[in-house]
Design a protein around this ligand. Structure first.
Ligand SMILES: *[C@@H]1O[C@H](CO)[C@@H](O)[C@H](O)[C@H]1NC(C)=O
Length: 178
């Protein structure tokens, strides 16, 4: 009886510590996303909290969170670049889709570079340059969808472009707090 009570207490204590730790990371993310919201009219607060909570560590400040947004965006852009390349190399891809896929390949390569330089520049405390790189992601990824529409095709990377745009906006807005 005594032993199981002790065990229960230990489990409860461990659970409490985990809850406090995750609440700590979450509180930082919420406060940072909230503070960055007025920096851009297109800023999506709930997307910010969702995306950054998934990677944030306890005690992360705005600087770490801005870098995290750039890092998530960079990974997504690189994955989309690889997808565009795979479609391009697939013989089953429609001919009229080849040029748009080629353009999108370059566009996501550029977006991936913009995100990695933003991350690097934040690390170097070159905040104004980092912000402008992150801001440029929005117009870059938009063109990819346009190329497909102009070829009379549905855009295949709508979700990726919306997320990359938002991560660029979030990275720039949080960088502006630094
Ligand atoms: C904001 O992000 C949430 C969560 O990812 C999403 O469900 C919602 O559609 C987004 N809102 C806008 C206006 O994009």
């Amino acid at each position: 009886m005594r032993a199981s009570m002790g065990k229960l207490l230990a489990v409860a204590t461990a659970l409490g510590a985990v809850l406090i730790m995750s609440a700590g990371a979450y509180a930082n993310v919420e406060a940072t996303c909230m503070a960055a919201t007025p920096k851009d009219t297109l800023f999506n607060y709930s997307f910010c909290v969702k995306a950054l909570s998934a990677v944030a560590h306890t005690g992360d400040g705005a600087r770490e969170l801005a870098k995290a947004a750039a890092s998530i965006g960079g990974k997504l852009a690189a994955a989309t670049e690889a997808k565009a390349r795979a479609w391009l190399e697939d013989p089953r891809t429609e001919r009229r889709a080849c040029d748009p896929f080629q353009q999108c390949y370059y566009i996501y390569q550029r977006a991936s570079n913009l995100f990695s330089s933003a991350e690097y520049l934040i690390d170097q405390r070159a905040y104004a340059d980092a912000k402008s790189r992150a801001r440029d992601v929005r117009s870059a990824v938009r063109d990819c969808n346009r190329f497909f529409n102009e070829a009379g095709l549905g855009a295949p990377f709508l979700e990726q472009s919306a997320k990359c745009e938002q991560l660029g906006i979030i990275c720039a807005a949080i960088t502006e707090l630094l």
